[in-house]
Design a binder for this molecule. Structure first.
Ligand code: C2E
Ligand code: CA
Ligand code: CA
Ligand code: CA
Length: 279
């Protein structure tokens, strides 16, 4: 009873209560946000660290809230994940990003791949492979231009099922990236079983790669691992010339980060692609 009394006291503290109220409000407002056209996809370029050409875009969703303004995914994705609205939102992001990428191709811009984040809930949907395949057909995007980003944390739930789903996605011809690599379980044994094509070095390592020997060691190890497993390798969160120089010297092939560009709306990307092709 004491325990309960204490947690009730916490529940009614003004700050916790305000946070809870906001969370409940967001949770309610997330329902139907796609239908109300409130979701927007921003795109962040991935760069070939050698040629400096744009190789891909990562699709990153934002919520254009009627009164709160642009809400960051860090704020609403966990809530959407908890209440299930991530499933329609994620499907909408995938469709929008594939259609946009096809439109850039049809406009004569240099073809690039499009990388889309998958959530745990989406990955668990029994019709995921069907949905992905239907979106490719509907938008006319060739499968090899689509990359899905997954994380170890949700692959580790039911490993055999995850392997099966990933294999079916690979059979469609799409690419698979292991996002936030180095932060999860990173069991090398499982890594070997997951048919992924790319590792993305997490931003937390890139951030202090030039100042923290431990981060440098992990980064070096991930790059070496990608080479021995013949996986492609991208570094996320590159913000400085020093980080870029380090990664390039160590043989990292591709990167993304504010040093090159922040995530921007689709119309800004068309201009970037034009310039990238005129280089
Ligand atoms: P993530 O997949 O790891 O995406 C990279 C995040 O790092 C993005 O944050 C991006 O804006 C940010 N970033 C990129 N370069 C830099 C840099 O140089 N410095 C710093 N400080 N940050 C950088 P964003 O757009 O706020 O997204 C946050 C997270 O929300 C994503 O992390 C991803 O987990 C999730 N997310 C975003 N869009 C989607 C989506 O469509 N579906 C799902 N399931 N999750 C999404
Ligand atoms: Ca990602
Ligand atoms: Ca990431
Ligand atoms: Ca991250």
């Amino acid at each position: 009873a004491k325990q309960q009394g204490r947690s009730q006291y916490q529940f009614y503290s003004p700050e916790v209560n305000a946070q809870l109220q906001e969370r409940l409000a967001l949770e309610n407002e997330l329902h139907g946000a796609v239908e109300r056209n409130e979701m927007v996809v921003y795109y962040q370029p991935l760069i070939d660290l050698h040629s400096r050409q744009i190789t891909a875009m990562e699709a990153l969703v934002r919520w254009q809230h009627p009164t709160r303004g642009l809400v960051s995914p860090a704020k609403f994705i966990p809530i959407a994940e908890a209440n299930g609205s991530i499933v329609p939102i994620g499907e909408w992001v995938l469709r929008t990003a594939c259609a946009q990428t096809r439109a850039w191709q049809l406009a004569g811009l240099p073809p690039i791949r499009i990388s889309v984040n998958l959530s745990a809930r989406q990955f668990e949907q029994p019709n995921l492979v069907e949905v992905v395949s239907q979106i490719l057909e509907e938008t006319g995007l060739t499968a090899s231009y689509l990359e899905l980003e997954v994380t170890e944390s949700f692959l580790m739930g039911d490993v055999q099922r995850s392997v099966n789903t990933l294999e079916q996605l690979r059979e469609l011809g799409i690419l698979l990236a292991l996002d936030d690599f180095g932060t999860g379980y990173s069991s090398l044994n499982y890594l070997k079983r997951f048919p992924v094509t790319m590792l993305k070095i997490d931003r937390s390592f890139v951030q202090d790669v030039t100042s923290n020997p431990d981060s440098a060691a992990v980064t070096d190890a991930i790059i070496a691992l990608s080479k021995s497993l013949r996986l492609n390798i991208t570094a996320e969160g590159i913000e400085t010339q020093e980080q870029l120089d380090y990664l390039q010297k160590r043989g990292c092939e591709e990167g993304q980060g504010f040093y090159f560009s922040r995530p921007v709306p689709a119309d800004a990307i068309a201009q970037m692609l034009k310039e990238s092709s005129q280089q």
